[in-house]
Ligand binder design. Sequence first.
Ligand SMILES: [Fe+2]
Length: 315
Amino acid sequence: MASDAILVDWQDRHAELFGKHLIRLRHRLHESPLFSDEALARLIERVPRAHYHVNTMNRSFHDPASWRDGEIGDARGEEVLEAVRNGNIWVLLQRVAELDPDYRAALERIFAEFEDKVPGLKTFKRKMSILISSPKVQVYYHCDIPGQSLWQIKGRKRVYVYPNTEPFLRQEAMEKIILNEADEQETPYEPWFDEYAEAIDLEPGQMLHWPINGPHRVVNEDCLNVSFTTEHWTRELRNRYANHYANGVLRRSFGVRQPRIVESGPALWGKLALAAAHRYSGLQRKNRMTFKVDFRVDPKAPMGMRDIDAYELAK
Ligand SMILES: [Fe+2]
């Protein structure tokens, strides 16, 4: 293994596990200057409004109704970091690989290593998002649409990963997300699901990759956290997406009650064709997500934020 490799403790078994089971690996990116306070502060100042979220929420228990959106305003990067360190906020910087070539290079290196190690793996539409979050904040139960990994840079967090099958992830819930009728956070959750979750305490220099659409939730320990996520697609993942998409259409437009997931053959081609026809015919709801923004980051205010007059933001 090259001495500057990002992945540290890859073993042959991980090639068989990748994408099918939860894997935890060690990595070196927590030592990279890309994630220093200075680099993050400059990135915060450059990220366009359309590509970030600042949120606050109830830190005590699963309470999706408490999730609020905010804005950075004209706070400097260092002020935002101070507000996160002492407050109750969660900052998400999206599409950083499109914003800066150094992050793009890191993202490309990550997937070059995975593709080198996993026979047949070919990824596309990769993305990187950086998460900077306060002590004890939570990200509630949800699922993501593309292939997803979480990389820990600073601080510690507990990640709960649940099976990507019913009852933890219902097919209808997945179809709603894919057809833009719900966002990922609206995945139904019951506290007893935790008894069937894998709970992992993630430390700097560790990463997790879990099976596609695997529901998960995250609870920070009592310290500032810096992490990033990577997203990717493969042909298999795209086929699965098309299945959900076509099944959602079949259920809604053709009254099919229990549409199946098919992996290959003419039935798969039919699903791909139906999903593509629906997408490109403009029948899909084009509505962008709207967010009510009602606070601004302020390191001098309690919890690192203060209320402002609410306004709507469409993304
Ligand atoms: Fe997620």
